[in-house]
Design a protein around this ligand. Structure first.
Ligand code: G6P
Length: 612
C-alpha cells in the first residue's frame, strides 16, 4: 500500500521522485522519504513524518538533493508507528545498501534475530530495515553481484514485497525485486523509471515493463534487465499504457473525488461500449463464449471494500435475471474458510487495483482448487488481471481518490453485462428482452449526468449533517446493497459513524440506537419492496429519527414520510444501484468538505491494500 518511485537518467532525480510520489500519495501518507545519489558520491537520504509536502519543503522541492539516480517512498505504516525514523528509505549499517519497500515481511523477527547474531544493529521498528540488512549480509557474504545478493534474500524472505535498492558499488543503478506487491518499470529517451503504480510515471513515459512475481531487475539509464529466481536473464515485452497523463490530474476540481464523480458518465459508457457491438453484448475480448457460460454451475463473487458491495448488488441481478446461484464473499474471509467449491463454478474476483492482497490470494485459492476465474479489474497488467483465466477490464481510467466512485460504477456495469449474457445464453431471457435491457443500460450515463447536475441540493442538505453522530442507511434487496456502499462512502471520508442495515433487520437490534434527530436514509428503488421499507422508515420516525428518502421520480408520496427526499431518474430496477449511489457519493463528499476533512486521503486508509 506504500508508494514507490525510482529514477535514473540525465535529469535531476529528486524533483521527478517528488512529483511521482505526489501522484502516489493515495497509497499511503503518514511519512515519506528520498534517497538520491550524485555520481559516485555517498547516497543522501532525507525523510519526513507527515504528508509529502513536509518532505518537499525540507528538500526545497528536491533542489537541495542533487543527483541523477534515486528512489522515493510514501508510507502507510504496518510495522512501526509513523515517524521519521520508521520512514523509508532504510539503510544498511555502513550505508552499503539503501532501499524502499512495499509489502510485509512475515518472518522479519526470525531474520532480525539472525542478523543481530551476525552483528547487525537496528534503528527502526520496520520489517524493511531487516530486508535491507539481509541483502547487505548476503552481498558481503558471497561477494557476488547485487542480483545474487537479492536472490539469496528473496529465498529467505516470507511475505510480500516490492523492493527498490541502490548499492554503493553500483552508482547510477537501481535493483528491483518483486513478490505479490505491484511494481512497474518504464523507459523513455534513455532514462529509466520505477513505480508501484502507473500514475507516478505517466507524465514521463507510457512504455512499461511488468515485472513478474519472484523476479528481479537491474535498472540502468534507459536500460532494464530482468532476472528470474535462478539468476538467469529473462526477456520482457515493452507494453504501452493507454491512460493519458491528464487523467491523473485534478483538472480544476477541488478534489479528485469530485472529479471522479463527474467522470462516471464517461467511465460507464466507455466500459459499456467495450462490450456492446451493434446493440449486442460481445464478450469475445473477455474470452467467455456461450458454451463456457452454459457450463457454469454457480458463481462465487469474491472482493473487498466497495468491490464487495458491487458483488452484493450483482448477486441480486445475476440470480434474478440468469437464475444461477451466486454467493458473495469478502476475500479476507473466503481465503481462510477452506471453501467448498463446485468444479464447474466460476469465481469472479472484482478489484479496481487488481492488487488487493486478499483478493489476489482468493483468486489463487480458486485456481488451486481448479475452478475457472474471471477478474473484473481496472488496472491493466495488475497481478489479478495477469493471473485470472479471463479478464473483464473496466475502463474507469486512473482512480486517485481513496474512496472509490467511478471504478465502483464501472464494476457495476460489468456485472450487469455478465448477468444479461448469462441470462440470454442460459435461456432465461429472450434475445429481444436482452436488447431492451442493453438499450436501458445505454441510458445510464446520461441519467448519472442529470443527478450530478442537481448536486447543489445535496450540498445544502450535507451542510446540515456535519455534526451528526450516527447515520443509518436502510433498504431491502438491491437497496440494501446500495445502502452498504452509501454508508461506507459516508463513514470513510466524513468520520461519522454510519451503518447499513437490511431494513427488515432493524427491529432485531439497530432500532435501539435511534434517538431524537438521528438521520436515517431509506433507499427505495425497488417497486416490490417500496412499501415495506417505508414502513421501516416510519418505525424509525416514531422513535425520533430524521428521515431522508432516496427514491425514483414518481414515488412522490414518500414526501408524506420523509423529511428530505432525493429523486433519481427511472430505470429498470435491476440497474438502480448505478443511479442511487450517485447522491450518496455526493452526500459523503459534501459532509466531508463541510467538516474541513481531507476528502481524497482519509485518515488511516490507503487506496490499494496490498497487505493482509
Ligand atoms: C480500499 C479502497 C476501496 C476499495 C478496496 C478494494 O479499501 O479504499 O475503495 O474498494 O480497497 O480495492 P480493490 O482495488 O481491490 O477494488
Amino acid at each position: 500500500m506504500c508508494g514507490i518511485v525510482g529514477f535514473t537518467g540525465r535529469h535531476q532525480a529528486a524533483p521527478i521522485l517528488l512529483d511521482g510520489l505526489s501522484k502516489l500519495e493515495y497509497r499511503g501518507y503518514d511519512s515519506a522519504g528520498l534517497a538520491v545519489r550524485d555520481g559516485e558520491n555517498e547516497t543522501e537520504v532525507i525523510k519526513a513524518k507527515g504528508r509529502l509536502k513536509v518532505l518537499m519543503e525540507k528538500t526545497n522541492g528536491g533542489e537541495s538533493v542533487p543527483g541523477t539516480c534515486g528512489i522515493g517512498h510514501t508510507r502507510w505504516a504496518t510495522h512501526g508507528e509513523p515517524s521519521e525514523m520508521n520512514a523509508h528509505p532504510h539503510v544498511s549499517d555502513d550505508g552499503n545498501v539503501v532501499a524502499v519497500h512495499n509489502g510485509i515481511i512475515e518472518n522479519y523477527q526470525e531474520l532480525k534475530d539472525k542478523l543481530l547474531r551476525k552483528g547487525y544493529s537496528f534503528y527502526s521498528a520496520t520489517d524493511t530495515e531487516v530486508a535491507v540488512k539481509l541483502v547487505d549480509y548476503y552481498y558481503k557474504k558471497y561477494g557476488e553481484s547485487p542480483i545474487e545478493a537479492v536472490n539469496h534474500a528473496m529465498v529467505r524472505i516470507r511475505g510480500s514485497y516490492a523492493l527498490a535498492m541502490m548499492f554503493r558499488d553500483y552508482p547510477g543503478e537501481i535493483y528491483v525485486a518483486r513478490k505479490d506487491s505491484p511494481m512497474i518499470l518504464g523507459v523513455q529517451d534513455g532514462e529509466s523509471y520505477i513505480a508501484s503504480d502507473v500514475p507516478a510515471i505517466l507524465k514521463y513515459t507510457r512504455n512499461v515493463y511488468y515485472i513478474g512475481n519472484m523476479e528481479m531487475a537491474r535498472v540502468r539509464m534507459g536500460e532494464i534487465t530482468f532476472y528470474n529466481l535462478d539468476g538467469d536473464e529473462i526477456q520482457k515485452e515493452l507494453k504501452t499504457v493507454e491512460w493519458d497523463a491528464e487523467a491523473a490530474e485534478k483538472a480544476g476540481f477541488e478534489h479528485f473525488m469530485m472529479k471522479e464523480i463527474h467522470e462516471q458518465p464517461r467511465a460507464v459508457s466507455d466500459t459499456l461500449n467495450s462490450v456492446i457491438k451493434d446493440g449486442k453484448i460481445d464478450l469475445s475480448e473477455v474470452g467467455m463464449d456461450e458454451e463456457m457460460i452454459r457450463s457454469i454451475s454457480r458463481i462465487y463473487i469474491v472482493a473487498c471494500g466497495s468491490a464487495y458491495h458491487v458483488g452484493m448488488a450483482a448477486q441480486y441481478v445475476l440470480e434474478d435475471l440468469a437464475r444461477i446461484p451466486v454467493r458473495v464473499e469478502l476475500a479476507s474471509e473466503f481465503r481462510y474458510r477452506n471453501p467448498i467449491l463446485d468444479k464447474d463454478g466460476l469465481a469472479v474476483i472484482i478489484s479496481q487495483s487488481g492488487e488487493t492482497a486478499d483478493s489476489l490470494a482468493a483468486l489463487r485459492e480458486c485456481k488451486t482448487n481448479g475452478i475457472r476465474t474471471l477478474a473484473i479489474v481496472n488496472v491493466i497488467g495488475s497481478s489479478i488481471a495477469r493471473e485470472a483465466d479471463n479478464v473483464f477490464y473496466t475502463l474507469a481510467g486512473p482512480e486517485i481518490s481513496v474512496a472509490t466512485t467511478k471504478a465502483y460504477s464501472t464494476q457495476l456495469i460489468a456485472s450487469y453485462v455478465l448477468a444479461l449474457q448469462f441470462a440470454k445464453v442460459r435461456g432465461q431471457i429472450t434475445e429481444e428482452q436482452c436488447d431492451e435491457y442493453v438499450k436501458e443500460l445505454q441510458t445510464i450515463p446520461d441519467k448519472i449526468s442529470r443527478i450530478i447536475d442537481d448536486k447543489e441540493r445535496l450540498q445544502w442538505f450535507a451542510s446540515k449533517q456535519a455534526n451528526a453522530k450516527d447515520i443509518f442507511f436502510i433498504g431491502r434487496g438491491i437497496d440494501y446493497a446500495i445502502s452498504l456502499e452509501g454508508s461506507l462512502k459516508m463513514k470513510e471520508i466524513s468520520y461519522i459513524h454510519s451503518e447499513a442495515y437490511a431494513a427488515g433487520e432493524l427491529k432485531h437490534g439497530t432500532i435501539s440506537l435511534i434517538e431524537d434527530g438521528t438521520l436515517v436514509i431509506g433507499v427505495l428503488t425497488q417497486p416490490k419492496l417500496y412499501e415495506k421499507t417505508v414502513s421501516n422508515m416510519v418505525e424509525c420516525k416514531s422513535r425520533g429519527a430524521y428521515l431522508m428518502g432516496l427514491t425514483t421520480f414518481g414515488n412522490y408520496n414518500i414526501e408524506d414520510t420523509a423529511d428530505f427526499t432525493v429523486y433519481i431518474p427511472k430505470t429498470d430496477p435491476h440497474f438502480a444501484t448505478s443511479l442511487a449511489v450517485i447522491p450518496l457519493q455526493l452526500l459523503g463528499y459534501y459532509v466531508s468538505v463541510n467538516k474541513g476533512l481531507d476528502v481524497d486521503k482519509p485518515r488511516n486508509l490507503a487506496k490499494s491494500v496490498t497487505v493482509e
